[in-house]
Design a protein around this ligand. Structure first.
Ligand SMILES: Nc1ncnc2c1ncn2[C@@H]1O[C@H](COP(=O)(O)OP(=O)(O)OP(=O)(O)O)[C@@H](O)[C@H]1O
Length: 662
């Protein structure tokens, strides 16, 4: 709490003394204590205590010389006039003589000056002097203005405009506030309210104050509540500003400015911060990890201070998680990174090197590759490696949607713009992907009309929702993918060449799996897990010689098949044996299906026990649980039907067709 010493000559005008005290207290509330000091009661060299010495007139400063130590804290009070009386004064006819009466000659002059400074000059203000009020000196004057000193107005004057006690001017409050760092929210609010009530000569001052207050409030809102700790110091590391987060980190009581930051930091932390040469550094503070960024504040070529920003690793992670959660909830999230791409081949190594470089740019990337080669996996990895990784990743399969739907999905629409449209309209995927990445899969399949629309969006970086005439700016990185050869499509005139060149800025071609056989076993090992060691050499050579038209996706499903049934599908093994019946050795599924077929007519089907018996009879060693799982798989494929009771398992037409393929 600060003390304001209000200096008066004497106690004569007690109501004003009380009034001014309450005026000060109404603005500074609990933050100040007001003491009245009367010059005529002070002893010879008596020192007045106080953080601020508030005097009514400049003339009072001189007598204070003997009683105060620090003249920096003397403030001369300005006074304003309540707005409600001004119009009454303005309505006085031109050139009228008006007597101004106040309790002392000094205050009478001060009041008169205030009127002139407020631009009221159409009347003649005559300052009242008691000693002249003899011999009808003022007898021609008919109107008097007084700040509540009506009893001092000569009796013959009938019209008195009482403007009430003059209030303390807002510039006085602001001076006190700035000198004593009393810039509390409620104090600022009180001053602004007070400004509306009184008129003061210095109107520009008022608007400047209001603007700077609004600006600082806005900055405060952003900076003060930031999740980052923000600290501003002078060049000697004395605190100039700290926001709430920083105050909490270091337990700083508010408005502790002019303190050296050393006073609230551990010496090691202080040293690390002051010694910092690089812009950013990791520092442990109270056992938590922070990244600290320090920047010089320059004036001409001199360092006048430092701005220091602290980010708690935990907060950054939480922020990332909450953004990711939000995007995940909305499905706008890329799951895969380059770490998830399994490869060994040099071809893939080069491709990943190129993709990583491309990821760091904002150029459009065009991925070409057969189905199942990992185009979406690569697109997601590129997004997660790019600067947009914390922003949305939106994938659209262009071949899966009819043209009109694709258009409304991508561009969105205004409410009620077509039949069946949602009432409130729809935000398109371009907008949802804003600041992130849009992955357009199967781009080779879009209609020529849609090709034109897409070209426009890519060129203009703006979209317009269907049914709207408002352009929306978008900042989206586009990755397209196709299993078609787009160059050939351009030659065949199925794809616009201008769009092709726009999309093909960085072309990446993923080789088919058969063109990078080195990757096959590594992928197989990853997909099969523990069961990898059970895979026989014959199976491996079959896998290697198979040409994998479905690429990695097909290898993944074949491995899942193996994990369930302990063997690979016939069509893979068959390739090795070149259509010879030897495959049966490797393929119990085929053998079981054949037995079921042979038994379907005779017994209307065959039970599992009987089946296992027949298998054993033929010298095939197979566990009961294995037979069960093969039966289940054949059922799910629709190759057999399993009925309860004795009729057991029967082959279906589909099963017969499947067998016929071999
Ligand atoms: N190199 C790889 N490492 C690990 N998994 C892979 C690899 N390549 C592809 N895959 C996996 O194969 C499957 C198919 O990949 P993806 O969907 O990315 O292929 P695509 O080329 O986009 O297919 P389509 O053309 O059919 O859309 C996915 O499960 C993916 O995780």
């Amino acid at each position: 709490m600060k003390t304001i010493s209000m200096i008066y000559n004497n106690r004569e005008n007690w109501p004003v003394i009380e009034y001014l005290k309450s005026n000060l207290e109404s603005i500074f509330e609990k933050y100040v204590q007001v003491n009245n000091v009367f010059l005529n009661e002070l002893k010879e060299h008596e020192i007045i205590e106080g953080d601020i010495y508030l005097v009514l007139f400049e003339q009072m400063i001189y007598p204070l010389k003997k009683h105060i130590k620090n003249f920096n804290n003397v403030v001369v009070m300005t006074r304003g006039i309540s707005r409600k009386y001004i119009n009454e004064i303005r309505n006085i006819p031109n050139n009228t003589d008006v007597l101004v009466v106040n309790d002392s000659y000094e205050s009478t002059i001060q009041t008169t000056n205030t009127f002139y400074e407020l631009g009221i000059s159409h009347i003649n203000f005559i300052p009242y002097e008691e000693k002249l009020d003899v011999n009808n000196y003022y007898s021609d004057i008919k109107i008097a203005i007084t700040p509540d000193e009506t009893n001092m107005v000569p009796k013959f004057i009938k019209t008195i405009i009482n403007i009430g006690y003059r209030e303390i001017g807002y510039d006085t409050f602001i001076k006190i506030m700035q000198k004593q760092q009393l810039s509390y929210k409620s104090v600022n609010r009180n001053i602004i309210k007070h400004m509306d009530d009184i008129v003061e000569p210095n109107a520009t001052f008022k608007s400047n104050y209001l603007n700077s207050y609004l600006k600082s409030e806005m900055l405060n809102k952003i900076i003060f509540n930031s999740y980052e700790g923000i600290l501003l110091t002078d060049s000697d590391y004395n605190l100039v500003y700290s926001n709430e987060k920083l105050n909490k980190t270091f337990n700083i009581e508010d408005n502790n400015s002019e303190k050296n930051i050393k006073s609230f930091m551990d010496i090691e932390v202080f040293k690390k911060i002051t010694d910092m040469e690089s812009k950013s550094k990791f520092i442990k503070i109270h056992d938590e990890n922070y990244t600290v960024e320090k920047n010089n504040v320059m004036l001409m070529d001199q360092i006048v201070g430092y701005s220091i920003i602290l980010r708690n690793e935990k907060d950054i992670r939480e922020l990332e998680i909450s953004l990711k959660n939000h995007l995940m909830k909305k499905g706008l999230f890329a799951k895969y990174t380059f770490e998830n791409i399994i490869y060994k081949s040099n071809k893939m190594l080069q491709l990943i090197k190129l993709s990583k470089k491309a990821a760091l740019t904002d150029y459009t990337i065009s991925i070409q590759g057969e189905s199942g080669t990992g185009k979406e996996l690569l697109a997601q990895s590129i997004h997660n490696f790019s600067n947009r990784k914390d922003m949305p990743f939106v994938a659209v399969n262009c071949a899966a949607l009819p043209e009109t739907l694709l258009e409304s999905e991508l561009f969105g629409y205004e409410g009620g713009s077509f039949t069946g449209a949602r009432k409130n309209g729809k935000v398109g995927l371009f907008e949802q992907a804003n600041t992130g990445t849009l992955f357009l899969d199967e781009i080779g399949d879009i209609s020529s009309n849609f090709q034109s629309q897409l070209l426009r969006v890519i060129q203009e970086k703006q979209i317009m929702r269907i049914g709207s005439d408002r352009l929306i700016n978008i900042d989206v990185r586009i990755i397209v993918a196709t299993n078609k050869n787009l160059e050939e499509e351009v030659q065949k005139k199925n794809f616009r060449s201008d769009l092709f060149y726009r999309l093909n800025v960085i072309p990446i071609e993923i080789p088919a799996l058969r063109e990078r056989k080195e990757d096959i076993f590594l992928l197989l090992e990853n997909f099969s897990g523990e069961t990898y060691s059970n895979i026989t050499d014959e199976e491996k050579s079959a896998i290697l010689s198979y040409n994998w038209p479905g690429n990695v996706r097909e290898l993944e499903s074949a491995t899942n098949y193996y994990k369930t049934l302990d063997e690979f599908p016939n069509y893979i093994i068959n390739k090795l044996t070149n259509n010879s019946k030897k495959y049966i050795l490797y393929d119990n599924t085929y053998y079981i299906l054949e037995i079921i077929k042979d038994n379907t007519d005779r017994f209307h089907g065959i039970g599992r026990t009987q089946l296992t018996y027949l298998l054993k009879e033929k010298g095939i060693k197979i566990s009961d649980s294995k037979v069960r799982s093969i039966i289940e798989w054949l059922n799910t494929k629709g190759y057999i039907e399993t009925r309860k009771g004795r009729s057991g398992n029967r082959i279906t037409q589909q099963g017969i067709d499947y067998l016929d393929k071999f």
